[in-house]
Design a binder for this molecule. Structure first.
Ligand code: ADP
Length: 613
C-alpha cells in the first residue's frame, strides 16, 4: 500500500509552494533593488561625466595633457570617482587613479566601444587595475569649439571618451545585507507557514482519521458508536455532511442487519424445532445445513455437518441418488429411504425440491424427511393381521364347506355319517364363533384404550380372582384340575374388575388347556417389593402342564402366535387369548411376563403398575 496519509499529501507541497514563493520574491526583490541602485548610480555617474566633459574636451583640444591629468586627479579625488580619458584609438590619455602611460589600450572595453559609437556605455566589471568590481559609465567627448558660432579650422569629430567609474562593492555589500535580512525573514515566514499548514492539515485530517476509525468499526459490524462529527462546529461542511450520511447509512445498515438476524434466528428456531428432518445440500453435494431432527436420525452433530460431502455425513446410497437426480432434473422428487440401525430398520419418506436463490438460480437441494417407520410397521402388522385372520377363518370354513358338500353328495342318507359330520360342523362353527368373539373383544379393548375410556377404580382383588375361578370351574372340573387361589383378603388395586377378570380367565383357561388331567393351577396375588424398592401388585397363574419352548417366549403375546399349532387348534384355541391379556394389562398401565420350560409347566404374570405411597 503506497497511499500516503492525508497530512503528508497536504503538508510538503504547501511547504514547497511557500519556499518557492519566498525564493521567487527574494530573488526578484533583490535583483530589482540591485538594478535600482545601479541605475541610480549610473545616472549619478553620467551627470558627473557631463559636468566635466566640456572641461576635458577643452584641455584635449588645447593639447594640455599634463593639466588634463592633474584635473582628472583632483576631480576624481574630490568626487571619489575614477576618471579616465581615452582617445579615439583606445589609448588612455589620463586616469585619476593610475599612470596613463602604463595602462593598456581600453578600446576593447564594452562601455568605451559604445561611447565611441556615439552612445553612453555602461558596464559593471572587475577592474584588474583597482582589483575590485566597478561600475563604468562612458560618454563620448564633444569636439571643443573655442569660439561659439564659428567652427572654422576645427575638427568636429569626437576626440575620445570620458569614462567615470565608482566601485560597486559597497552597493553589493548593502545588497547582501538586505538579502540576508530578506532570507532571515523568509525563514521565519516559512516556519510560520509550515506551522499554519501543519495545523490546517491536522484540522482537515483529524476528523477524517476519526471517520476512518469509525468506518473500520462499521465494517467489522460494530455499530455501537456514531461519528457524530456533524454535531460539532469544528469540521468543514463537506466532512460534516459526509459523516452525517455515513451515520445515517450505519443506522440503516444496523437496522437491516438486526432485521436479518432476527429473521434468521426465527427461521433457525423453526428449522431446529421441526419434527421433520431437514437437510440442505449445495450443487457440489456438500451439506449446507441440517436441523436437529436430521442430525438425530443420521447420528451426527448438526454443527459439524456443514461443508462436508453428503456421503461423509449420511451413508445412504438412495439419498445420494435422489439428490443427484434432483440436481440433474431440477424437479421435486418424492421417495423413501431405509436406514439400518443394527438389527432394526427405519423408514424415511423423503420430499426433495431444488433450492433456488432470489434470482431463481439453483443453489442446491432441500430434502424434508418424515419418519414413517411406525406407519410402515403398522401397515405390516395390519397386513399380517389380515392374512392371519383370513387364514384362521379359512381353516374352519374349508372344513365346514367340505362336510356340508359331503352331506349334500349323499352322506346325509346315512344317519350315522350325517350325525358325525354335523358334530364336526358344529365344532368348526364354534371355533369360528370363538375367533370372531375374540377378535371383537380385542378390537373393543383396543378402542377403549385408544379413547382412554377405561374406568379404573379401587377394587378388591380376591373377589375378582374368585369370580374368575368360578368362571373356569366347569372347564377345570372336566379335566379334574384343581384351581388354588392364594390372595390376601384385603388386597386392593386400581383396576377395571370386568376386564381384569377376563384377563385372568384367559390365563386360567390356557393353564387348564395345556395341563394334563388331574393337574393343578395356582393363582397367586400379592403386593411385592421390586428391585427399585417400589411396591406392585403381581398376579401369577401357574400350571404344571406341557410348558413352552424358550424360542417361543418373546413372541407369545402376539396375535395368532401359537407355540404348538396343532395342539392349540385341537383345544379350540384362537391364538388371541394372550394378546387380549396383554392389551387388558396395558390398559391398567402394567405389563405381562411369562416363565416356562418345555414339559415343566408355565407361569404367567400380570404386573400392575407401582403403587405411589
Ligand atoms: P390359544 O387360544 O391358542 O391358547 P393364546 O393366545 O391364549 O392362544 O396362547 C397362545 C399360545 O401360547 C398358545 O397357542 C399356546 O401354544 C401357548 N400357551 C399359552 N398358555 C400356555 C400354557 N399355560 N402352557 C403352555 N402353552 C401355553
Amino acid at each position: 500500500m503506497n497511499q500516503k496519509k492525508l497530512i503528508w499529501q497536504i503538508f510538503p507541497p504547501n511547504l514547497l509552494i511557500t519556499l518557492a514563493a519566498m525564493l521567487a520574491v527574494g530573488w526578484y526583490g533583490s535583483s530589482a533593488l540591485h538594478k535600482f541602485y545601479i541605475d541610480q548610480l549610473g545616472e549619478g555617474l553620467q551627470s558627473r561625466a557631463y559636468l566635466i566633459r566640456d572641461q576635458v574636451s577643452k584641455l584635449i583640444a588645447e593639447d594640455r595633457i599634463g593639466l588634463l591629468r592633474e584635473f582628472c586627479l583632483n576631480s576624481g579625488r574630490e568626487a571619489v570617482t575614477r576618471i579616465t580619458i581615452i582617445d579615439r584609438s583606445g589609448k588612455v590619455i589620463a586616469d585619476s587613479n593610475e599612470d596613463a602611460d602604463l595602462m593598456e589600450s581600453h578600446g576593447n572595453r564594452p562601455e568605451i566601444k559604445e561611447a565611441l559609437n556615439g552612445g553612453t556605455g555602461n558596464s559593471i566589471r572587475f577592474s584588474k587595475t583597482l582589483q575590485e568590481n566597478m561600475l563604468y559609465v562612458a560618454v563620448p567627448l564633444r569636439p571643443y569649439i573655442a569660439n561659439e558660432g564659428s567652427s572654422e579650422g576645427v575638427s568636429l569629430s569626437s576626440p575620445g571618451v570620458l569614462r567615470v567609474a565608482v566601485p560597486v562593492t559597497a552597493i553589493e555589500r548593502t545588497l547582501k545585507n538586505v538579502q540576508l535580512k530578506v532570507a532571515f525573514g523568509a525563514i521565519i515566514v516559512i516556519m510560520a507557514a509550515a506551522l499554519v499548514t501543519l495545523y490546517v492539515s491536522r484540522r482537515i485530517s483529524k476528523p477524517l482519521e476519526e471517520m476512518k476509525q469509525c468506518a473500520l468499526r462499521y465494517s467489522r459490524g460494530d455499530f455501537s458508536q456514531r461519528m457524530l462529527l456533524h454535531k460539532g462546529g469544528s469540521v468543514s461542511l463537506e466532512v460534516a455532511t459526509l459523516a452525517a450520511s455515513m451515520d445515517r447509512m450505519a443506522d440503516q445498515l444496523n437496522e437491516r442487519i438486526q432485521t436479518i438476524l432476527r429473521q434468521r434466528n426465527e427461521l433457525e428456531a423453526v428449522f431446529a424445532s421441526m419434527s421433520e428432518a431437514v437437510l440442505a445440500v449445495d450443487t457440489n453435494e456438500r451439506v449446507l445445513s441440517m436441523n436437529k431432527a436430521a442430525a438425530l436420525i443420521f447420528g451426527v452433530n448438526e454443527k459439524h455437518a456443514p461443508n462436508k460431502l453428503l456421503q461423509e455425513v449420511v451413508r445412504n446410497i438412495d439419498l445420494q441418488r435422489q439428490v443427484k437426480q434432483i440436481l440433474e432434473n431440477l424437479e421435486p422428487l418424492q421417495d423413501e429411504i431405509a436406514l439400518q440401525y443394527g438389527e432394526s430398520e427405519r423408514f424415511l419418506q423423503t420430499n426433495g425440491v431444488p433450492l433456488n436463490d432470489g434470482n431463481g438460480n439453483n443453489i442446491g437441494v432441500l430434502i424434508v424427511m418424515n419418519d414413517v417407520t411406525r406407519l410402515r410397521r403398522l401397515e405390516n402388522v395390519r397386513r399380517d393381521f389380515v392374512a392371519n385372520v383370513s387364514h384362521e377363518l379359512k381353516t374352519p370354513i374349508t372344513s365346514i364347506k367340505g362336510y356340508v358338500e359331503t352331506l349334500l353328495d349323499g352322506a346325509i342318507d346315512s344317519r350315522e355319517d350325517a350325525e358325525r359330520f354335523l358334530q364336526i360342523i358344529v365344532k368348526q362353527t364354534n371355533q369360528l364363533y370363538a375367533i370372531i368373539e375374540d377378535l371383537l373383544a380385542l378390537s373393543r379393548i383396543e378402542k377403549l384404550s385408544e379413547n382412554e375410556e377405561v374406568d379404573l377404580r379401587l377394587g378388591n382383588l380376591k373377589q375378582i380372582l374368585e369370580e374368575a375361578v368360578q368362571t373356569c370351574q366347569i372347564k377345570a372340573a372336566g379335566k379334574k384340575i384343581k384351581i388354588s387361589l392364594i390372595c390376601p383378603d384385603n388386597l386392593q388395586a386400581m383396576v377395571n374388575p370386568t376386564l381384569l377378570e377376563q384377563a385372568v380367565v384367559n390365563l386360567v383357561v390356557n393353564a387348564i388347556k395345556y395341563s394334563d388331567a388331574d393337574g393343578e393351577v395356582i393363582i397367586r396375588a400379592d403386593l411385592t417389593r421390586q428391585d427399585q424398592g417400589e411396591k406392585r401388585v403381581v398376579i401369577s397363574v401357574q400350571d404344571f402342564g406341557v410348558g413352552i419352548a424358550k424360542k417361543h417366549l418373546p413372541r407369545l403375546f402376539e396375535r395368532f402366535y401359537r407355540s404348538d399349532k396343532a395342539r392349540s387348534r385341537k383345544m379350540g384355541g384362537t391364538g388371541l387369548g394372550l394378546a387380549i391379556v396383554k392389551h387388558i394389562v396395558q390398559i391398567h398401565g402394567g405389563d405381562v411376563a411369562v416363565q416356562s420350560q418345555e414339559g415343566e409347566g408355565a407361569t404367567f404374570y400380570i404386573n400392575l403398575p407401582p403403587i405411589i405411597e
